[in-house]
Design a protein around this ligand. Structure first.
Ligand code: OAD
Length: 238
């Protein structure tokens, strides 16, 4: 089948690897250098918010400099040149999908350029440092901002929209995710249940490899643009 009408792309850290950003669980990944408990859990933030803010402020300085790679740009091409509605569900907190011009992007794990007030829910969009000294412009309390990153133990963002997308897509594509983090690792199952074709792009087979119809092994910056090219060409020749 090539005449897809609704495409969902799930992205993970691997799509940004060729932009020079570290993944989490590969060799030299982020979780080999930092303890998840310290920087990515509700308990860690409650124990030492200054440390957690510092961690994300540093990460922000790195992510603001990063540029999208051919895999991100191929999504824009797909959205502009293939006649389907294409949405991106990303686990990445970087903003490379937006920098590449991707539309319809859902950051289910939050995004680095935002902080959320834990008192009133106000979202602050900023590339500046966020600290425990900051005052929320909406509720005027001090020290209530938390990086708008979904920590282990918190609910994911945009799950209603995601559920609807997974139930209605006819092609589900996963790019550069190890498939070990719940619930993103179950999205393929839902899409499959609702009869979508499923394709995984990764450097290597993943733990939920068996849930996909097709596997395209290799660097996403090479394999995914090629796939988009083929999809567009086949569609034009129909
Ligand atoms: P992981 O680090 O767990 O997995 C990255 C995946 O990308 C691996 O399967 C790699 O094989 C693959 N990969 C690496 N380079 C690639 C390339 N050039 N082309 C294609 N694939 C490549 O990262 P995620 O699955 O995204 O949560 O991790 C999920 C979540 O765990 C993250 O969102 C993060 C972390 O805790 C938060 O930050 C909230």
């Amino acid at each position: 089948m090539t005449d897809y009408k609704r495409i969902v792309i799930l992205s993970g850290a691997g799509i940004s690897a060729e932009s020079g950003l570290a993944t989490f669980r590969d060799e030299d990944g982020m979780w080999n250098h930092h303890r998840v408990e310290d920087v990515a859990t509700v308990e860690g933030f409650a124990k030492n918010p200054e440390y957690v803010h510092d961690f994300y402020n540093e990460l922000k300085k790195e992510l603001i400099k990063a540029n999208p790679n051919p895999a991100h740009l191929a999504i824009t091409r797909l959205q502009q040149q293939y006649p389907a509605q294409t949405a991106v569900i990303t686990q990445n907190v970087d903003t490379l999908h937006e920098k590449a011009g991707n539309q319809n992007v859902f950051h289910i794990h939050g995004q680095i350029d935002q902080a959320v007030c834990t008192n009133c829910g106000h979202i602050l969009s900023t590339w500046d440092d966020v600290t425990t000294e900051d005052i929320c412009p909406q509720c005027s309390l001090t020290g209530t901002f938390k990086p708008n990153i979904v920590f282990f133990g918190e609910s994911l963002l945009y799950m209603n929209e995601v559920d609807e997308l997974l139930r209605s897509c006819d092609l589900f594509i996963s790019i550069g995710t190890s498939g070990v983090v719940f619930p993103a690792n179950t999205f393929v199952r839902t899409a499959k249940y609702y009869h979508a074709d499923t394709i995984e792009f990764n450097l290597k087979p993943t733990v939920n490899n068996y849930e996909f119809d097709r596997h395209i092994i290799g660097p996403a910056g090479e394999t995914f643009p090629r796939f988009v090219e083929e999809l567009i060409n086949v569609n034009e020749s129909i």
